[in-house]
Design a protein around this ligand. Sequence first.
Ligand code: NCD
Length: 303
Amino acid sequence: MHLLSVDDLSPADIDTLFRLSDGFLEVASRPIKKVPTLRGRTQINMFFEASTRTLTSFELAGKRLSADVVNIKASGSSVSKGESLKDTILTLESYRPDIIVMRHHQVGACRMAARYTTARVVNAGDGAGEHPTQCLLDLYSLRRTYGRLEGLKVAIVGDVLRSRVARSNVFGFRKMGIDVRLVGPPTLIPPGIEHWGVPVYHDLEALDEVDVVYVLRMQLERAKGKVPPVPSLREYSRLWGLSPRRLRPDQRVMHPGPINRGVEITGDLADSDRSLILHQVESGLAVRMAILYHVLAPHPQAA
Ligand code: NCD
């Protein structure tokens, strides 16, 4: 199977992934953090957009499973000479890769790539489209923290408009029985939001009833050449930035990273014991090992 969208997974698939992740989390605690599971398999990570966490964790995940892992970045590859995505994929296909993990600035690019390769394609973020593996690692982090997902209340706050994480997380969180709401200024809420099936609030008071506040990054790099959706970052951080005094002591905060300290979240909240940010990163490695295993498994349900 490919993993292009959270829609590709049923709640039972997600439970299977979490059982596998529990095992891989244990592997990460060993002195020798390597298992032979994907020995002889080839994994190509194609990243046409910047990444620290996602690329590092997919690379480490593949290596800890003993796969042969190759990283390709747009700068430094023939993409920078004008090669099309189709030609890049067809070229790589000659090497018979088993898995292609791909990040691209265009919505739907991973789905298109899947048409030209026999490898399993994993979407590591396509423009403002989807980021299913972020959703899975966030769910896993929540499950590790609370011991359950069903009935948790989560508010996703901020730049929903340009966030692929918001889209995947709304759909994936709802699938697992989480009560989700979106919170942000009207200019950062995308058109068609009524089809997402979750309530939208334009007031931080909507955070009062939730267990977890999931803060989104201000996606400044997607604003180039467009009218900015907020008048200034200073005003945004004053009105919408999350600080410890905006939350109750028992509420937890999450963020996909990279954080803009002092914009959508203050440094002291990000560094506090209420923050799950580094816990999410740790969960990400185990979950991505589970994903690599799962997409290649011949009988996913039996994995
Ligand atoms: C996210 C992304 O790239 O979509 N980052 C990530 O994968 N950890 C979120 C973001 O960039 O804001």
